[in-house]
Design a protein around this ligand. Structure first.
Ligand code: PLP
Length: 395
């Protein structure tokens, strides 16, 4: 697809997005509404990765380390432009899980130091903090808030939880359970006033919406590139504020004397890895740039608002994500008196529609996360299938 050509002829309509869809591989099952987990790469990205993989096979040692990796500084520059940080603050790794563990295990803390997390944070990040609590006697406290509450209430919950012992706060930018966007910039500001280190888990926000590391003003920002950016599966990015690089330990000891630079966290310092996967990042960035981060964000919101508006007519439909200007590509719903797991199964088996069952604390339901290769006709088909499944379940 030539995104530029189609964008000039039809800037906003479905025709433009039909061209975008044609640029992606066909999805099996046909309707993949679980892009919050992992998204497919556009065909051009898939091809670049396959080509790079073939190139690697022709002479791995030379073609990976000397040739493909020569492009990494330029990839970091492009990522830095999108994330609004310095290329010297960017490390490339496998995914958010790795970035989270790198920071959580790498920060120097002492017994008695307090860390704030929440029950809505990503489970492996929470588990990593629990390990540190057990092993080093730091204290991990959980901030309690209503995921359907206002931003003010959430900010207040974090502020009230901060004490003179608090050294670090883990914040999830968009909750993967429900798609709730948290007011992390405001919480980071309060933390900075108190000299508390902030880690923002941006797995669900980077490339879904414009994100500025400078504007968030956090110390660490973590993301996967195989979610909303549609880079090949197995790519992640860790951003470390320049003044935090020196004090933070890498997860694996680097090959050479620990460098004081960001490259101690880089993929290539973790032993042999597959450079061909990283060769897909630049084409993914180019694809993203051609459409434009603001336009992508607007489209994702449009798709969510569109299907939710239709689904509201199904009796018992309840949305567990605030229906406001922050609503993005990810949302969670349930239907009163209908088993969500059975709906998930019926949608897949009878209609080839893939949504994701999620349950956390008192909230459970089906997570829906369309991406830009989907059309409003898909949303129509999804809601119509949902209405049929619900009707049949109620018998
Ligand atoms: C908020 C959040 N953090 C971390 C992760 C982990 O990402 P990955 O599996 O790419 O490591 C996810 C994945 O869904 C997520 O949604």
């Amino acid at each position: 697809m030539n995104v530029e050509t189609s964008s000039s002829s039809d800037l906003s309509g479905e025709r433009f997005w039909e061209n975008v869809r044609a640029a992606y591989p066909m999805q099996q099952p046909l309707m993949n509404l679980n892009n919050a987990a992992v998204s497919p790469p556009p065909i051009v990205v898939e091809q670049a990765t396959i080509d790079a993989y073939r190139f690697v096979s022709r002479n791995p040692d030379v073609n990976m380390w000397s040739k493909l990796d020569a492009a990494l500084p330029s990839v970091k520059e492009q990522l830095a432009a999108l994330a609004d940080c310095s290329p010297e603050e960017i490390a490339l790794n496998r995914n958010s899980s790795e970035g989270l563990s790198t920071v959580i295990f790498g920060l120097p803390l002492s017994a008695g130091d307090q860390v704030l997390i929440s029950e809505w944070d990503y489970p492996s990040a929470r588990a990593a903090w629990m390990q540190r609590q057990q092993r080093e006697r730091i204290t991990v406290a959980s901030v309690d808030f209503d995921v359907m509450g206002s931003d003010d209430e959430i900010v207040r919950a974090y502020e009230e939880a901060m004490t003179s012992s608090t050294r670090v706060i883990l914040l999830t930018h968009m909750l993967h359970w429900t798609g709730r966007l948290l007011p992390v910039k405001r919480i980071c500001e309060l933390a900075r006033e108190r000299k508390i280190i902030t880690i923002v888990d941006g797995a669900q926000t980077f490339a879904q919406m414009p994100v500025s590391f400078r504007d968030l003003d956090c110390d660490f920002f973590i993301t996967s590139l195989h979610k909303w950016l549609c880079a090949p599966v197995g790519n992640g990015m860790l951003i470390v504020r320049a003044n935090r690089i020196d004090e933070t330990w890498p997860l694996l000891a680097p090959f050479d004397t620990p460098p004081l630079r960001i490259d101690k966290f880089d993929h290539w310092n973790l032993g042999t890895y597959n450079s061909a996967l990283q060769a897909g990042i630049a084409p993914a960035l180019e694809f993203h740039r051609k459409i434009g981060p603001t336009k992508i964000h607007a489209r994702l919101k449009e798709l969510s608002h569109y299907w939710i508006e239709l689904a509201h007519h199904i009796p018992g439909f309840t949305l567990h994500t605030p229906l406001n200007a922050d609503l993005g590509a990810v949302s969670l719903f349930s239907i009163a008196n209908v088993d969500s797991r059975k709906v998930e199964q019926a949608l897949l088996e009878r209609h080839q529609i893939h949504v994701k069952y999620r349950q956390a604390r008192h909230i459970e339901g089906l997570r829906v996360s369309p991406h830009i290769y989907m059309l409003k006709t898909d949303m129509n088909a999804f809601v119509s299938a949902l209405a049929q499944v619900v009707h049949t379940s109620r018998g």
